[in-house]
Write a protein that binds this ligand. Structure first.
Ligand code: UD1
Ligand code: MG
Length: 449
């Protein structure tokens, strides 16, 4: 049976105190919304509908950047969670199969938990995800016996007895798409908030003789972000989990608590990650690669046997083939380094292709930007780029070619040629001591004056 998701992301997030819509704030280098969408997508759904409102244009652009297949609807004004889900009715009310409601600001629901809810649907028409809250605060309370759910009571509408219940509503809810929208059309706003509550659905289902059930997950999965403090908590929770997973997957982390992963970081078995390494979006590290301390990596691919750092910066489009060595204070952007290339020290490589086993000397710069346009540098195989070479792109250096240290290379270098692009050296006999004597005399004369 197909599954559809409805991701609620219309809220303003007042307590973030921000111009940015709440669901676009980032955890693990990815907007909160992408975390919810990633969980949804891992169940291979037929449709994903995102309900936007505040910052609708930005939020839908972000949803589509994650996956073009996301469909976005705008909820304006925002009259409550049932009203929000109702916005998806024109797209989904004829869908076969189940619909699942997720919140865009609740990033940690596990796919396994959603799967457990889908299984519980065999026993119940409406399934709600609950959790035992350490501090139930203002969460909606689940009034249940075992896994049978009687109703959900919002905190504002709850009696003292109901407020004493610690089983709380996560907000995640599942029913057949057809039933979900039929029940939503019956929801009234006669409650303490004057809103249309999605939480009325279990009671409405029971009124039709249908059954409602609860699936319970750990509270950590339902962590919602409403404030900057909770955003920081969510980051810490994500990183703690990502570090544990990396260690379990056979990655060595010398100082796990100092390594920061992104939502989409992939690190292969037997990779070694040193202290203080930060992974931005879209990084893949193959098995057996080593990232030494203090590296900053984003949008790059590092192959088996490669060594990077310490103190290296790899930016989007950096592709390192097997056994490449990148050393300290090296920055690489939008460049392909073939097998065995060595870039040891103090170098900028941007918009370049470097052939296998080429050695790039310390202080080399690909001068890729003329102030208006970017240009490419192409270096062949087994070339040797002398220290402090400026490669003024567009420029090509052939296979087995050499550039002399300190050269400014403005013309292509043919295969096997040695290019010298620097002023010839002149030695003036005895001039050094004469010059020194003169400078000392000037200084002494000044001291007297
Ligand atoms: C909701 C639940 C509550 C549950 C809690 C869990 C209802 C009525 N209450 O309460 O039982 O314990 O979540 O966090 O559902 N949203 C829209 N449009 C709207 C209203 C909300 O898109 O018109 C979105 C918000 O952006 C947010 C989510 O829905 O992502 C939940 O809304 P929120 O106002 O936070 O509901 P709570 O009062 O926290
Ligand atoms: Mg909330």
């Amino acid at each position: 049976m197909p599954v559809s998701f409805i991701v609620l992301a219309a809220g303003m997030g007042t307590r973030m105190n921000s111009d940015l819509p709440k669901v676009l704030h980032k955890v693990a280098s990815a907007p909160l919304l992408h975390h919810a969408l990633a969980a949804a997508r891992s169940l291979e759904p037929a449709r994903i509908v995102v309900v936007t409102g505040h910052g609708a244009a930005e939020v839908s652009a972000s949803a589509n950047a994650f996956d073009e297949a996301c469909e976005c609807v705008v909820q304006d004004p925002q009259l409550g969670t049932a009203h929000a889900v109702g916005m998806a009715a024109p797209l989904l009310d004829q869908m076969d199969g189940d619909a699942i409601v997720l919140y865009g600001d609740t990033p940690f629901i596990r796919p396994e938990t959603i799967d457990a809810m889908l299984h519980a649907r065999a026993r119940h028409s409406v399934v709600v995800l609950g959790f035992q809250a350490r501090d139930p605060g203002r969460y909606g309370r689940l009034i249940a016996e075992g896994e049978n759910l009687q109703k959900i009571v919002e905190y504002k509408d709850a009696s003292d007895e109901e407020r004493a219940v610690t089983l709380c509503n996560s907000g995640v809810l599942c029913a057949s798409a057809k039933l979900m929208f039929e029940l939503i059309s019956q929801v009234k706003n006669t409650n303490a908030s004057g809103e249309y509550y999605l939480t009325d659905l279990p009671e409405l289902a029971r009124a039709q003789g249908l059954s409602a059930g609860v699936v319970i997950c750990d509270e950590s999965e339902t962590l919602g972000v409403n404030t900057r403090a909770q955003l920081a908590e969510a980051e810490a929770a994500f990183q703690a989990r990502a570090r544990t997973e990396a260690l379990e997957n056979g990655v060595t982390l010398t100082a796990p608590e100092t390594v920061f992963f992104a939502l989409d970081t992939h690190v292969g078995r037997d990779a070694i990650i040193g202290p203080n390494v930060l992974f931005g979006p879209a990084v893949t590290i193959e098995s057996g690669a080593e990232i030494k301390g203090f590296c900053h990596l984003e949008g790059c691919h590092i192959s088996r046997g490669a060594q990077v750092g310490p103190f290296a910066r790899l930016r989007p489009g950096a592709e390192l083939a097997e056994d490449v060595h990148v050393g300290n204070f090296v920055e690489i952007k939008n460049s392909i380094l073939d097998e065995g290339v060595k870039v040891g020290h103090l170098t900028y490589i941007g918009d370049a292709d470097i052939g296998e086993f080429t050695n790039i000397g310390a202080g080399t710069v690909t001068c890729n930007y003329d102030g208006v346009m970017k240009h490419r540098t192409r270096i062949g195989k087994r070339a040797f780029i002398g220290s402090d070479t400026m490669l003024v792109a567009p420029v090509k250096v052939g296979d087995d070619a050499l550039t002399a240290s300190g050269s400014v290379i403005t013309q292509d270098v043919p295969t096997e040629a040695l290019a010298i692009g620097r002023a010839p050296q002149v030695n003036k006999a005895g001039l050094a001591s004469k010059l020194m004597a003169r400078l000392k005399a000037i200084k002494a004369a000044k001291g007297k004056a």
